[in-house]
Design a binder for this molecule. Structure first.
Ligand code: ARG
Length: 468
């Protein structure tokens, strides 16, 4: 982003200067300008202008020669922008007027015809939609890359046993692959939401002009088609004022960040000396300036932290739109910085995660040891008794008493002698030890969506198909 030059040095005249009798106050000029942040829309602004110009020629509102000149001029402006040579001016307020002024400088008076039948109001809505559509496609791919990384790791860790938690207390053993596939499912919903959001982003406001449409014989379908828009915004007032699509995208982004934050939290816990379930490679961690021993999981911590600002941006947009009367209001200029910041940050978070996940090293022994503490297979013992014709509630009671006994003895259930166990129920026999084993416990949950290694492998296979 290049800093725009101030009005004083630019010497630019504003396209709307006609009805004004004095120059804009210098502070007001800088205060109302959006050029320092909306210049990133230049590729889409030029793309939109070319489509609009072609439509004007198609409808014989401008001649083919005029439109050819306009397009040649716009191509040159694009080159200047690409090369970082374009001189953005605050006096020209925003990306739209900067580009138009430069076009006129390059091709002369014919450039003044580009804005026929159009307003900055439908222009900016078009630009933001095109920009967001492009970004959605990049984000979709990055999301897929992360999902693929999760699937690959889940496949590798399909039989790795770890404790599953509820209330952050050891609940039942699960497989690490199963846990990773839970993350995959969260992201699958995000990706579906993004696809759905794209449909409503991909609608053309072009032709709505300032708010009421235009008196020229335009063809809105024509420009929409050139821009690859799937639908037309059907009402001109709504077309220039609607920012629902930005809010929808930010809702998607907020849910995505909520998921990444939950994943971050678990990675941070697992990476700690108290869990020791995983090792995050050094290249994803940083050190402490005072404590020489530290290796901090900064990447997941930062992702967790960034979640707050993304929620903030969603709240910002909802509040921005609340109570706005139809149609366009300058308020809407405030949609851009939160949107751009959201895009930049979720792209960063997704990249960090997609790069980091394949590098995670599971400490399988530590995970299994942890699962063997905390009576993770107590439910299996209850289920064992149910299979021997004891009602579940009674079985629950029996196992509860056995656990209490173990706590007193400082041992685990599978460390009790058979005779010890039989004092709780005479239905307990030698085969109980299999059900108390971690492997037996996870392998028993062998149905669709269950944690058995078998099922994880099936889920991995299905997930690969779903991603296609
Ligand atoms: N910079 C403005 C925005 O971002 C462009 C539209 C300005 N329209 C107007 N009528 N002032 O919303």
């Amino acid at each position: 982003m290049t800093k725009a030059s101030s009005g004083k040095d630019s010497g630019a005249t504003k396209p709307w200067q006609g009805r004004f009798t004095e120059a804009t106050d210098q502070f007001v000029e800088a205060f109302t300008a959006s050029i320092d942040f909306d210049q990133r829309l230049y590729p889409q602004d030029i793309q939109g202008s070319i489509a609009h110009a072609k439509m004007l020629a198609h409808c014989q509102i401008l001649t083919n020669e005029e439109v050819d000149k306009i397009i040649t001029g716009l191509d040159q402006v694009k080159k200047e922008c690409d090369a970082g040579q374009f001189k953005w001016s605050i006096a020209l307020e925003d990306v739209h007027m900067n580009i138009e002024a430069r076009l006129i400088e390059i091709i002369g008076d014919v450039g003044k015809k580009l804005h026929t039948g159009r307003s900055r109001n439908d222009q900016v809505a078009t630009d933001v939609r095109l920009y967001l559509r492009d970004e959605i496609d990049v984000i979709s791919l990055e999301l897929k890359r992360l999902q693929t990384a999760l699937i690959n790791l889940a496949e590798k860790e399909a039989s790795t046993i770890m404790p599953g938690f509820t209330h952050l207390q050891t609940a039942q053993p699960v497989t690490f692959g199963h846990h990773l596939m839970a993350w995959f499912e969260m992201l699958m919903r995000d990706s579906q939401r993004l696809i759905d959001c794209r449909k409503r982003v991909n609608s053309s406001p072009l032709g709505a002009a300032a708010l009421a449409g235009t008196s020229y014989p335009i063809n809105r379908e024509y420009s929409a088609k050139l821009l690859g828009f799937e639908t037309l915004a059907e009402n001109s007032l709504d077309a220039v004022s609607d920012r629902d699509f930005v809010i929808e995208f930010m809702s998607f982004a907020s849910l995505l960040m909520m998921h990444l934050s939950r994943m971050s939290e678990e990675l941070i816990l697992w990476n700690s000396a108290h869990f020791e379930f995983i090792d995050l490679p050094d290249r994803f961690c940083t050190g402490s300036s005072i404590m020489p021993q530290k290796k901090n999981p900064d990447v997941p911590e930062l992702v967790r932290g960034k979640t707050g600002r993304i929620y903030g941006h969603l709240m910002c947009l909802l509040t921005l739109m609340k109570s706005q009367p139809l149609a366009y209001n300058k308020d809407n200029q405030e949609d851009k910085e939160p949107l751009f910041d959201t895009i930049d940050n979720i792209r960063g978070c997704l990249k960090a995660f997609a790069d980091m996940i394949p590098a995670i090293e599971a400490k399988r022994d530590k995970m299994e040891q942890a699962a063997s503490r905390g009576f993770a297979t107590a439910t299996d013992l209850a289920d064992y008794l149910v299979k021997k014709n004891i009602a579940f509630r009674d079985a629950h009671e029996i196992v509860g008493k056995a656990v209490a006994y173990c706590i007193k003895q400082h041992c685990d259930l599978d460390k009790l002698e058979l005779s010890d166990m039989q004092q709780f129920s005479d239905k307990i026999e030698k085969d109980v030890f299999e059900c108390l084993s971690l492997k037996g416990s996870v392998s028993a949950r062998d149905h669709r969506g269950g944690t058995a290694p078998n099922q994880v492998k099936k889920a991995v296979k299905l997930a690969r198909q779903r991603l296609k």
